[in-house]
Design a protein around this ligand. Sequence first.
Ligand code: SAH
Ligand code: MG
Length: 212
Amino acid sequence: MICYDYINEYIRNTIKRNSGILKEMEEFAAENHVPIIQPEVARLITVLGRLKKPERILEVGTAIGYSTLILSEILQPGGKIDTIDRYELMLNLAKENIKRAGKEDVINVIAGEALDVLRCLDKEYDMIFLDAAKGQYLEFLPECLRMLKTGGLIISDNILYKGMVANDELVVRRKKTIVKRMRDYLDHICNCEQLDTSIIPIGDGVAVSYKL
Ligand code: SAH
Ligand code: MG
């Protein structure tokens, strides 16, 4: 938690809860320590998506397909999602969940190392969700900017990384490099002429960037 516990708790108890397959996936993730997006982040993505009305979405970091299914709810009719992960075991679970949700026609799962896949993709997206390999967001950025339409959004998760990004005293030694890279990434997206960025301290920290 990067926010006061009582604030988080209040928000969680107040926002709309999921049911059915999403709820089952939340339980699975909790039991198996899969770091899916937190409920308040899911709601933020949903609201931004309702405003943006995306037809094409790119996700980096599929895991079990939880955020992918959240994204599929905001997708316009006829739209498509590409989602990337390098972990075969996770991707198999994701594919199963996507099939169970009846979304296999709109979600394209791509297996591979994120940076390699991004460099090979040559499509246009209305929304890009970054939720994998925190230390590499800055390397993903040129590829994202290349494929993101004007008026498109990049949503970056875990950008405050347990608060470490905002406070040196919290940084554990083995995370030093990731924290430094994340700070560089945030400096970049906040000062980039092509982007307007807001940093939001919910979940593990979310940045929302609008492409001008
Ligand atoms: N977005 C998901 C959670 C993703 S967890 C959700 O909220 O439901 C992060 C995922 O990123 C993991 O499944 C991990 O396998 C994947 N990942 C981490 N580094 C990666 C990399 N360099 N390339 C591709 N996938 C990566
Ligand atoms: Mg995350």
